[in-house]
Write a protein that binds this ligand. Structure first.
Ligand code: PLP
Length: 417
C-alpha cells in the first residue's frame, strides 16, 4: 500500500478512497464552477492584453507603475467591480478591512454589522475591545444585529435602517470561529436589495474572505458597494506571497487609496517591487486551487460524517466558503486530527502542533499549518479553540491530491489513539 509510506494505516486509506467514490457528482459540480471562473479570469487577461511588460517592477514611490495599475484592472474585471486596489502594502485581510473602515467612516458616523459580531481581529479595530486607535476612539459609533437561523434578520435590519442614519453596513460572509453557517450569494443579494430600498445612501461593505470563486458570482455583482479579501486566501491561488484587495465603486476605491497611502497621493503611489507576476499568476490559478480546497473539504465532511462526527457543512450542501467545520466533541480527537494535518504538510511536517495560549484568544488554540507562505490558509490548514464542542476549522488544499493525503493522515492519526 503506497500510503503507508506516509504512516497512513491501510484501513483508513481504503476507507477514504471509498468515500471519494461517492463524491463524483459533487466534484463535477465544483469543476464546472471552476471552469466558469477560469473563463472569467482568462477573459480579463485578454481584455487588458497582459504581457511580460506588466511583470516589470517599480521601486521607490512607484509612480506610473503600469504593471500595478493593469493588475488592478484585471482584478476589477474578474471581481465584477468598477475598480480595485490590489497591493502588497496591505499586510493582511484585516489591514485592508481597516483601511476601508477608516476611509469611509467619520466621527459621529454609525457602523452597523448585520452578521453578528465580526471576525476576532476586527474587535480592536472597531473598538468592541478597547484600543486607543480604534474607530470608537475617533468617535465612530457601532452596533450589530445578529443572524437568525443562519440568515439575515431582514425585519430588524430594515426597521433599524428606517430609524437611524447608518453610514455603513458591514457583512461578513465566512463564519470565522463561530458555529453559524457561512452566507451564500443569494442571501446576500436579497438583503442588499432591501438595504438599498430603505437606505440608498448607506455604504454596503462585504468581508469576502474565504468566499472568492466558491460560487460563480461576487458580492460586487449583486449590489455590494465594496468588498475586501486577503491574497493569502482564495484569490492569491497559493502564489501571492502576501497582500489583499479592496474592490468596488470607483469613488470608494479612490477613498481607500487616499487612506492606504496619504491624502493627495492615494493610489498613484506604492511600488509593485516585482510582485505583479505573482499576483496575476495566483489569480490565474485561483479558480482551480479553490476547487481543490472545496473537494478536500467535501471529502473530509463526508468521511468524518461516516465516522459519526458532526460536520458543517455536510458533503452535499451548497457552500459559500472553503471552510469545513468538524465537531469532535472531545479534545483528544481534535488535537490528533490537527496533528495529522501537520504531519502531511510539505513544510514543518515534523513540528507537531500542541494547544497553546495564543494572544487575543480566551481559550487555548491548536493550529496546524505547514504552508509555503506563513499563515496562508488557502494551503491546507486546520485549527480550533480547545473548548466544547471542540470544533476544528479546516480549509485550503493547493491540490486535491495533497488535500486527500492530509485528510487520510489526519484520520489515521486520530484512530491511532
Ligand atoms: C481571514 C479573515 C479575515 C482577515 O484575516 P487576516 O488574517 O488579517 O488576513 C477577516 N475576516 C474573515 C471572515 C476571515 O476569514
Amino acid at each position: 500500500m503506497m500510503y503507508q509510506e506516509l504512516g497512513i494505516n491501510q484501513e483508513t486509506a481504503i476507507f477514504v478512497q471509498k468515500c471519494e467514490q461517492k463524491l463524483e457528482k459533487v466534484f463535477k459540480k465544483i469543476d464546472k464552477n471552476a471552469d466558469k471562473n477560469s473563463l472569467k479570469v482568462l477573459n480579463a487577461f485578454h481584455k487588458y492584453q497582459i504581457s511580460e511588460v506588466h511583470f516589470n517592477m517599480t521601486t521607490g514611490y512607484g509612480y506610473g507603475d503600469i504593471g500595478r495599475d493593469t493588475t488592478e484592472k484585471v482584478f476589477a474585471e474578474v471581481l465584477g467591480a468598477e475598480d480595485c486596489l490590489v497591493r502588497s502594502q496591505f499586510i493582511s485581510g484585516t489591514h485592508a478591512l481597516t483601511v476601508a473602515l477608516f476611509a469611509y467612516l467619520r466621527p459621529g458616523d454609525l457602523l452597523l454589522s448585520i452578521s453578528g459580531t465580526p471576525y476576532d481581529t476586527l474587535h480592536e479595530v472597531i473598538g468592541i475591545k478597547e484600543n486607543t486607535s480604534s474607530l470608537r476612539s475617533f468617535g465612530v459609533l457601532y452596533d450589530e444585529i445578529d443572524l437568525v437561523n443562519d440568515d439575515f434578520d431582514d425585519e430588524k435590519i430594515v426597521s433599524y435602517l428606517k430609524e437611524k442614519s447608518v453610514k455603513m453596513v458591514e457583512i461578513q460572509r465566512s463564519k470565522g470561529y463561530s458555529t453559524r453557517k457561512s452566507l451564500g450569494i443569494q442571501k446576500l443579494e436579497r438583503i442588499i436589495s432591501k438595504i438599498k430600498q430603505v437606505s440608498p445612501k448607506t455604504i454596503i461593505m462585504v468581508d469576502n474572505c474565504y468566499c472568492e470563486f466558491v460560487e460563480s458570482k461576487m458580492p460586487t455583482e449583486v449590489g455590494a458597494h465594496v468588498m475586501v479579501g486577503s491574497l493569502i486566501k482564495n484569490l492569491g491561488g497559493g502564489i501571492a506571497p502576501n497582500g489583499a484587495y479592496i474592490a468596488g465603486k470607483k469613488d470608494l476605491i479612490q477613498l481607500a487609496g487616499e487612506r492606504l497611502t496619504c491624502p493627495g497621493e492615494g493610489r498613484e503611489v506604492g511600488p509593485s517591487l516585482g510582485i505583479t507576476k505573482q499576483f496575476l499568476q495566483g489569480l490565474f490559478f485561483a479558480p482551480s486551487v479553490v476547487a481543490s480546497s472545496l473537494k478536500t473539504a467535501v471529502l473530509a465532511s463526508y468521511a468524518m460524517e461516516q465516522l459519526h462526527y458532526q460536520v458543517e457543512p455536510k458533503w452535499g450542501e451548497e457552500r459559500a466558503d472553503i471552510v469545513q467545520s468538524i465537531i469532535f466533541g472531545n479534545p483528544q480527537d481534535l488535537i490528533s486530527y490537527c496533528q495529522g494535518i501537520q504531519m502531511a504538510s510539505p513544510i514543518d511536517s515534523n513540528a507537531i502542533p500542541e494547544a497553546w495560549d495564543m494572544p487575543g484568544y480566551e481559550d487555548q488554540v491548536i493550529m496546524a499549518s505547514g504552508s509555503f507562505t506563513q499563515g496562508s490558509s488557502i494551503e491546507l490548514s486546520c485549527d480550533g479553540p480547545i473548548r466544547p464542542p471542540y470544533i476544528a476549522y479546516m480549509q485550503g488544499g493547493l491540490t486535491y491530491s495533497y488535500g486527500k493525503l492530509g485528510v487520510m493522515k489526519a484520520i489515521s492519526k486520530m484512530q491511532e489513539k
